[in-house]
Structure formats: structure tokens, C-alpha cells
Design a protein around this ligand. Structure first.
Ligand SMILES: [Zn+2]
Length: 297
């Protein structure tokens, strides 16, 4: 009888401990947002988001020259990509993606990309057509050709407690700054924190976003468009009103340095920096400072 009581007590203690550890682990689980480092020869853009239960979301990835760093970061976070969002067909965003599909065994389960026909790019993006053709060929690769989704405007994709809402897709009517103006715009919402990815959104698509998505733009974190210069409008940033800015920006571009020191270039980085300073942004994460992991709620 005494033994039975002891057994019951021990059983209860064990159940209590397992349960408590479970609660503590759930409490400690956070979403991680990784901004990938810049190489300094050119600008690029790549992000990873690791969900609470270790699903991996990739956004763009960077240049071909960023591939090794991207692979290392994917491998440190489970080794496969569950969802890959591709903002627009420029090699400073999708060069590394092409390399990974062609030359590695990294598994990719879902790819979201919003594209015009190749003939559109031939007409309006002829200077970049070689990479565009390579990218279109890559989408035919048997490893990924069944994994490609063409998202609709305002579509919501639920990923392990994170809501990814598509606020912008291709804009074929914009034929000036044509490639950048096709940028897919995605708002990630963890339930506590919102992150807005703008890609290389330009002036015309900024105005379209203000017209069509005004109430959804406010976000805690924003990826500053077009590497921090000559991208989205001040009006758009005012509506986003972020607390944290992600800058996919190398040192020379951050400093507007054409080679003779600070502010000797013609880039508009200082203008964009001033706009965001005026909004009392609390923290800037800048790609020039290397890979950075931001823990978010
Ligand atoms: Zn770019």
C-alpha cells in the first residue's frame, strides 16, 4: 500500500516536470529573422525567417556571389526551405536561388513568384534578359517545377502560426523602372509582430500600394526598398511607420560613397535615411554589418 502511494507520487512528479518543461520550451520559442550579409562589390538582398517550429522561409537570397553564405545559413537552420518567396527577377535578388536549384540538393517545398510572360521582359527589361532567361529555365528544373505558386493579390499563406499576406504582385502596366516595379510585396504577421517586405518597390508601385492597401501598410519592421535609395516614396514609409528598419545595403551605398568618401555619390541613401529618422525608427539593421539574427515575438 505504501509502495503504491510512492509510485503514484513519483508518477505525478514526473508528469508535472515533463509538463513544466514543455511550457517553458513553448514560452522560449521565438521567430528568428535573419538578414544576410552584403558582399561589398554590389548590392544584394536575402532574408530567412525561422518559425517557432523550425519551418524555414526564404525571401530572395542575393547574388550568385552570396550563394555560399546563403547555403550555410540554410544548413544552420534545418537544411531545407519550406517556403521561398521571390520578389522580382533581378540577379541581385535571385542569383543565389538559381545557383542553389542548379547545383545543390537543398530541398525547396514551395516557391511563390509573380511573373509576366518572358516577352514582357524582352520588351521592357532587355538589358537584363540573359539572367531573366536563365531564371525562367531554372523554374523548369524537375526539382522545383511542381513547387511553384503564382500568388493572387491579398492571398494569405499560413505558415506555422505566421500569416504571409501578398499585398503586391507584378504590375505589368509599369514599364519605367520596369523590373523593380514588379516587386512582390509581402506582409508577415506573427500575431505580435508585422514585417513588411518591399523588394525593390519604386515610386509607381508605392503609389499603387497607397491607393489599394492603405489600411494594411502599418508594420513594426520594414525592409527598406531598393537597398535603401531611390525606391519607395516617403509617403509610403509614413504609412508603414516602422519601429525597425532592415537595410539590404552595403557600406558604399549606406554612405553614398562613390569612391571619394561619404556623400560623394549620386545615390539617394541619405534622403531615405532622413525620412526614416524623421519617423523615429528605433533600430536599423544594415547588411554591411554582416549576417544578423533578430529574435521577434
Ligand atoms: Zn535589388
Amino acid at each position: 500500500m505504501k509502495n503504491k502511494k510512492i509510485y503514484i507520487s513519483i508518477t505525478f512528479i514526473i508528469i508535472f516536470c515533463v509538463f513544466s518543461i514543455g511550457i517553458i520550451q513553448t514560452k522560449n520559442k521565438t521567430v528568428e529573422l535573419i538578414q544576410l550579409a552584403q558582399i561589398e562589390s554590389r548590392q544584394s538582398m536575402g532574408y530567412l525567417i525561422k518559425t517557432k517550429n523550425n519551418k524555414l522561409i526564404a525571401i530572395d537570397g542575393g547574388l550568385k556571389e552570396n550563394t555560399q553564405n546563403l547555403i550555410e545559413n540554410i544548413n544552420e537552420n534545418g537544411g531545407k526551405v519550406d517556403y521561398w518567396f521571390l520578389t522580382h527577377v533581378h540577379d541581385d535578388h535571385l542569383g543565389a536561388f538559381v545557383e542553389i536549384v542548379k547545383n545543390t540538393d537543398i530541398q525547396i517545398d514551395n516557391i511563390f513568384v509573380s511573373l509576366n510572360d518572358l516577352s514582357w521582359y524582352e520588351q521592357y527589361e532587355s538589358s537584363r534578359i540573359d539572367f531573366t532567361k536563365e531564371f525562367f529555365q531554372t523554374l523548369e528544373n524537375e526539382k522545383i517545377r511542381d513547387k511553384i505558386h503564382n500568388p493572387q493579390l491579398n492571398e494569405i499563406i499560413n505558415i506555422d502560426g505566421i500569416k504571409a499576406e501578398i499585398l503586391g504582385i507584378r504590375n505589368p502596366e509599369f514599364t519605367e523602372n520596369a523590373g523593380n516595379e514588379q516587386s512582390m510585396v509581402i506582409k508577415f504577421d506573427t500575431g505580435k509582430t508585422t514585417i513588411l517586405i518591399l523588394g525593390d518597390t519604386g515610386v509607381q508601385s508605392s503609389e499603387k500600394l497607397i491607393e489599394t492597401q492603405k489600411d494594411k501598410l502599418k508594420s513594426d519592421i520594414v525592409q527598406v526598398a531598393h537597398h535603401g535609395q531611390a525606391g519607395a516614396t516617403e509617403e509610403l514609409y509614413k504609412l508603414i511607420n516602422p519601429k525597425i528598419c532592415l537595410w539590404p545595403t552595403p557600406t558604399w551605398l549606406w554612405n553614398n560613397d562613390a569612391g571619394s568618401g561619404e556623400n560623394t555619390g549620386n545615390w539617394k541613401t541619405f534622403e531615405t535615411r532622413q525620412w526614416l529618422e524623421n519617423l523615429n525608427v528605433q533600430q536599423n539593421y544594415i547588411g554591411k554589418d554582416g549576417n544578423v539574427t533578430i529574435e521577434i515575438k
